[in-house]
Design a binder for this molecule. Structure first.
Ligand SMILES: Cc1ncc(COP(=O)(O)O)c(C=O)c1O
Length: 437
């Protein structure tokens, strides 16, 4: 294909994607949509620059304004999370995790975390699974115990596993709380001492719940005993894709060094500027936004439950965060349901249930689906819209109605939700394609 054709095709595909997202229902738990001001920052010249090092001690010239933005970002993050030390240079949640593995462990050390079927992320995965901790950082990953019913870490069983490792002369060096399926606050307070007493570092991966912590409605891991907290800045925290490490002054030097020269050269300065703007929006609107995210997640769970879906953790109100996990084995499998819903313009993702691997299910066709309410909340939806969404999902998955009529109805429903809320300036439409040519 001639270059010009590929050029046009790429730009057309981008525009088609935007048009599609104007009329679908975005329920991916790890996604969100950023404000017009954040998108402006992403398109700025910062995206062409390098600023290796720390503000004021750069290896590159031309950082006058970049330094000021980065210092502002650090300051705002300190305010949001009440953190003594913040490194805003990791370019994603994965890189934030890598930074802290480098800062706090040596290859061969034992790290404890949740397994992937139990909600853990690939960054805390074992070497044989290709997980970052094992395959990249050389850590020997052992699992925290999950209580399947409570959908949370089992405190006593985990203490037992730690004791066994200590008795075997192989104590863990690091524990990573946090997960990709994270409906309830983890027992950091209850377990931090167990780990600190044996000289282990307590980490907390807040990739998913970063916004909820900033909004003050989840848990406060730094006050509960965490030595560091890693963020993605674009899931419940509604900035652009980037990462951050929060910690204490005593760990500043080793984290800074692990980030640069260890893990980043340029640190995506346009995204950093966007994160700075998102932090101001979070400070101003974070309380209202996060309260609505959780109300919406509970309302969606309840409405799906009433339509025959087995939403897990019913006895605890389904969730205390943005995410719900549904066992869909009565309706089919997660992979097929994900694909069918996408054809109706409802975007969700398939997910392993904690017991899926033991029951012989594969991650392409797992027993579960995972839904998140951050993005639909950001575009202004409330509890009554969650009931409508549950009805759309039910029409496709339970009633097996043809997708084309549902797709039409979804597009009609979406017409009223085209702006980003919880930000200073809402003028531009949320999914407007910004043309500069
Ligand atoms: C628990 C957890 N940690 C880390 C990450 C990776 O974050 P990022 O996509 O920002 O690299 C994710 C991504 O979804 C996650 O769920």
């Amino acid at each position: 294909m001639p270059a010009r054709e590929s050029y046009n095709q790429t730009l057309n595909l981008l525009q088609e994607h935007h048009r599609w997202f104007q009329k679908n229902i975005p329920l991916i738990a790890s996604e969100n949509v950023s404000s017009p001001a954040v998108r402006e920052a992403l398109a700025s010249d910062f995206g062409h620059r390098y600023a290796e090092g720390w503000p004021g001690e750069r290896v590159y010239a031309g950082c006058t304004y970049i330094d000021q933005v980065e210092l502002l970002c650090i300051d705002l993050m300190k305010k949001l999370y009440n953190a003594e030390f913040v490194d805003v240079r990791p370019i994603s949640g994965v890189v934030a995790n890598l930074v802290t593995y480098t800062a706090f462990t040596e290859p061969g050390d034992i790290m404890m975390a949740l397994s992937i079927p139990c909600g853990g992320h690939i960054t805390t995965g074992k070497r044989r699974l290709g997980g970052t901790a094992g395959a990249v950082s050389g850590l020997d990953v052992r699992y925290l115990a999950l209580d399947y019913k409570e959908l949370n870490i089992d405190i006593d069983k985990t203490k037992g596993r730690v004791r066994k490792l200590v008795d075997a002369g192989t104590p863990p060096k690091l524990v990573m709380f946090g997960a990709s399926v994270f409906p309830f606050p983890h027992p950091v307070k209850e377990l931090a001492e167990t780990f600190h007493d044996i000289g282990a570092i307590v980490g907390y991966d807040a990739a998913h719940v970063a916004g909820l912590i900033a909004g003050g409605i989840f848990q406060d891991p730094l006050r509960e005993g965490a030595d560091f907290v890693n963020l993605s800045t674009h899931k419940t925290l509604f900035g652009p894709q980037h990462g951050t490490v929060l910690s204490w002054s005593k760990y500043a030097d080793r984290i800074k060094r692990a980030t640069f020269p260890g893990m980043v050269s340029n640190h995506h300065l346009h995204a950093l500027a966007g994160v700075t703007i998102a932090c101001t929006e979070m400070l101003e609107f974070g309380g209202d936004y996060t309260r609505q995210v959780v109300k919406n997640a509970r309302a969606l769970a309840q409405a799906l439950h009433e339509r025959g879906f087995k939403v897990l953790a019913e006895h605890k109100g389904f969730t205390e965060s943005h995410v719900i996990l549904i066992d869909v084995t009565q309706q089919g499998d997660g992979g097929t349901i994900e694909e069918t819903l996408e054809r109706a313009n409802i975007i969700i993702n398939r997910n392993l249930l904690p017991w899926d691997i033991k029951e012989g299910r594969h991650f392409m066709h797992p027993g579960g689906i995972r839904l998140g309410t951050s993005e639909v909340t950001r575009i202004g939806m409330k509890e009554s819209e969650m009931i409508e969404i549950a009805e759309f999902i039910s029409r496709v998955v339970v009633d097996k109605e043809g997708v084309s009529k549902v797709k039409e109805d979804v597009a009609e429903f979406r017409k009223d939700f085209q702006r980003v809320h919880y930000c200073f300036e809402e003028a531009a439409e949320a999914y407007k394609y910004i043309r500069m040519r």
